[in-house]
Design a binder for this molecule. Sequence first.
Ligand code: NAD
Length: 258
Amino acid sequence: MTRELEGKTALVTGGTSGIGRDTAILFAKAGAKVVVAGRREVEGNQTVELVRAAGGEALFVKTDVSKAADVENLVKKTVEKFGRLDVAFNNAGIEGKTAPIISQSEDDWDRVISINLKGVWLCLKYEIRQMLKQGGGGAIVNMASVLGLSGLAGAATYSASKHGVIGLTKVAALENARNRIRVNAVCPAVIETAMGERAFGAPEVKKYAIGLHPLGRLGKPTEIAEAVLWMCSERASFMTGQPLILDGGYLAGPNPPG
Ligand code: NAD
């Protein structure tokens, strides 16, 4: 594969599993030194081992993205170890509880918003500060969702958080375009990960979920990782402030039954 991130340092939050883990490995294969951030130490170190097995170099930094001190420390440790920060994938997120707004708890709202939305805001803040310190330049991708562009009954907090991520992406892109820092978002539909399994794993729910995708299947984490790598590479050099939809046709319109 092309070493399009050769000489660059890339950071991935929520790199302990799923889409984040696969992206960390792909970034390394593309030549980047990778910093894996997440709350779970064992899984984080497993990702580091997988990166090394793929011939790359990686560091795990235990991080809760909803805490400012943790995110500030993450960027500090990145620079201490690899000297700079060029690429970031702000991917960490949770699905929250499925319930109509009238029965949702304030605790669940606060938890989802603090990780999915405040977490991305904190990452942008400290990552962009570092990129500016280096003289500008860089590429950031924020993890949104098709639920950042549409609704799903029962998923109000999640959908609100992901709509917010797209708003943050546009503002960060505008504020930093002249600093040559590109900021985009990625919007997957249902992907086969631990989260996809928790939300849509039950057999009848899975059948329904597959039916939402005109391609007739769920997505794979590597299919998202490939697009994120492209967005972070020079091949996407004229793209900023955009949500990129990877959804097997989910948002194109309703599918006929059968
Ligand atoms: P996942 O559960 O495997 O990955 C989520 C990761 O985020 C985990 O590693 C988790 O430990 C980490 N995380 C959660 N809270 C954190 C916190 N406070 N600080 C640091 N790390 C934290 O599932 P995934 O599907 O790979 O999810 C990755 C992202 O993709 C999420 O933001 C999710 O909302 C988004 N997404 C997933 C799907 C899907 O169907 N799987 C679809 C669209 C968007």
